[in-house]
Design a protein around this ligand. Structure first.
Ligand SMILES: Cc1cc2nc3c(=O)[nH]c(=O)nc-3n(C[C@H](O)[C@H](O)[C@H](O)COP(=O)(O)OP(=O)(O)OC[C@H]3O[C@@H](n4cnc5c(N)ncnc54)[C@H](O)[C@@H]3O)c2cc1C
Length: 485
């Protein structure tokens, strides 16, 4: 083997995981990160830039320091925020969830991450477009591709390949060995089209429901961002990451309902134009944002892949569909997963075993510590997509309790307990909004079942088929209900 580990894709997931494997190993492992970008463009997501909302919680950043020993600061942590505030469509209700965090500079951060990984002995091969996985005797044994510059073939072998090549991973889609990993996402229901600008601006009217340098703002609005949400994340007093995400089928329905013909780009442009605070905007000057002003890309918004490992192969980050289904936040889950993957891979290599069974701990530990909420959030997301602006306004005002908000902040599923209280006023509200109330109760109950079942994730691969059958049955029932809504 040329390497112990090859990391396919040096974005957020690949760079942290490479450092994590190196950090967790007592051996001097040979780790290679391969990316199609050239070194100065490390971490670039698409040809248009480092497309992201750039928001991450403080606890995720702290966990890199705690488990991998890497502490970030300025300039990669561009703006600290005190929390995330979600506004109802009429801006009358607001919910503060998620505590402190940061808005990152995604262009600068990867340079720091490459340097940190190199200090830990990780090697890099930039400018290589990977095309496929090598395999032998039912094990993944390496990667193949070509240098972007001159198309010279590239072929390297390794004991384990970490696929962190993002949501459009060709490697996962064409996985050449038998495994439980799902190869394709349901594009119609589980992919969100998103886009954003990074802008400097002059303040027009002061209105902190539209811009607040201390808070990341989310706007829930089915006319503005059908099937998704819009965001205004501060990068300073006069600098912002502003954008939105939509789901195609809900955009089509919204256009039909409103007699319009909008697309993602026209919605983003209208959203910016309608913001009363952000005026006279312009692209930022300087290297920190060069080539990173505007761009669109896709985010997976389902639970993570039901299986994350195969013989000689693991998936992580967007390639494993890790972003949280309700807010498409992918950086936090990726950080948690990278710590577990690093530990598991280091142990497997020390034991000289790179089989699915030896890597299963990554599956199990990720599910038990973090991933167990994701199926329930997927169902909540599917439900929220079916309700109108008016119902969101009403629901946020009357049906959401502090307990629900606390649960969301703790990354747990809300229980919507208010909609079952035996209080006469609440009964009137419930009766007047029966479909809304019963939808909330249904998702709360379904969520309990999904969480219970997720926690029972099998200890070894033997139990997976039976576990997966039940998981799929529970989810299919929820999909069926919300497809009719
Ligand atoms: C518009 C938008 C807003 C978002 N906002 C937020 C947010 O505010 N907070 C948050 O937590 N998450 C957000 N996300 C999600 C977040 O950006 C991702 O979850 C995260 O960046 C995933 O990192 P990754 O490394 O898995 O994938 P990527 O960032 O896609 O990195 C993949 C890497 O693999 C390389 N690569 C791909 N294919 C190949 C190949 N064939 N050969 C060689 N190299 C290859 C790429 O060059 C890239 O470096 C947002 C996403 C989008 C699109």
């Amino acid at each position: 083997m040329d390497y112990d580990v090859i990391v396919a894709g040096g974005g957020m997931a690949g760079l942290i995981t490479a450092a994590s494997v190196a950090k967790h190993s007592n051996q001097n492992l040979d780790i290679l990160v391969v990316d199609r970008n050239l070194r100065p463009d490390a971490g670039k997501k698409t040809i248009n830039g480092w497309i992201c909302g750039d928001a991450v919680s403080k606890r995720s950043v702290d966990s890199i320091a705690e488990h991998i020993g890497i502490k970030y600061g300025k300039p990669e942590l561009e703006q600290p925020v005190k929390g995330v505030v979600a506004y109802s469509p009429n801006h009358e209700s607001k919910v503060l969830f998620d505590g402190e965090g940061y808005v990152l500079n995604r262009r600068i951060l990867p340079k720091r991450q490459v340097a940190d990984a190199e200090k830990l002995g990780v090697k890099f091969e930039f400018g290589v477009l990977l095309d496929s996985l090598q395999h032998e005797n039912g094990f993944v044994t390496g990667v193949e591709g070509a240098y972007v510059k001159d198309l010279k073939p590239f072929k390297k072998s390794s004991k384990i390949v970490i696929d962190s090549s993002g949501s459009a991973s060709k490697l996962r889609a064409n996985l050449p060995i038998e495994s439980f990993i799902q190869k394709e996402i349901d594009k119609e229901n589980d992919l969100e089209s998103t886009g954003r600008y990074i802008l400097e601006f002059e303040r027009g009217k002061e209105d902190d429901t539209y811009f607040d340098p201390d808070y990341a703002i989310i706007h829930l609005d089915q006319d503005l961002a059908p099937g998704g949400y819009a965001w205004v994340f501060p990068k300073g007093e006069n600098k912002v990451n502003i954008g939105l995400g939509v789901q195609h089928r809900w955009l089509v329905a919204r256009n039909r309902r409103m007699g319009k013909n909008d697309n993602l780009q026209s919605l983003i442009d209208q959203y910016i134009a309608a913001n009363p605070v952000i005026k006279k905007h312009r692209p930022p000057v300087g290297d920190a944002d060069a080539g990173n002003v505007t761009g669109n890309w896709q985010v997976p918004v389902r639970r993570q892949n039901d299986c994350l490992v195969a013989n000689g192969y693991i998936i992580i980050g967007d390639s494993a569909w890790m972003p949280r289904p309700i807010d498409a936040g992918g950086i936090g889950p990726t950080i948690m997963a990278s710590v577990i993957a690093g530990r598991t891979i280091a142990q497997a290599l020390e034991a000289g075993d790179s089989s699915q069974e030896a890597l299963w701990g990554y599956n199990l530990e990720y599910m038990k510590s973090y991933g167990y909420q994701m199926a329930s959030f997927e169902v909540l997301r599917r439900y929220l997509q079916t309700i109108s602006n008016e119902e969101i306004d009403f629901g946020m005002k009357h049906f959401l309790s502090q307990d629900d908000v606390d649960r969301i902040t703790e990354r747990e599923h809300p229980k919507f307990n208010k909609v079952k209280l035996f209080d006469p006023l609440m009964w009137l509200r419930i009766l007047s909004r029966f479909p809304l109330a019963s939808g909330l109760r249904y998702t709360a109950k379904k969520s309990e079942k999904l969480i219970e079942h997720s926690i029972m994730f099998p200890e070894t691969s033997k139990g997976f088929p039976e576990w997966h059958k039940v998981h799929t049955r529970e989810l299919d029932e929820a999909y069926e209900r919300f497809s009719k809504a």
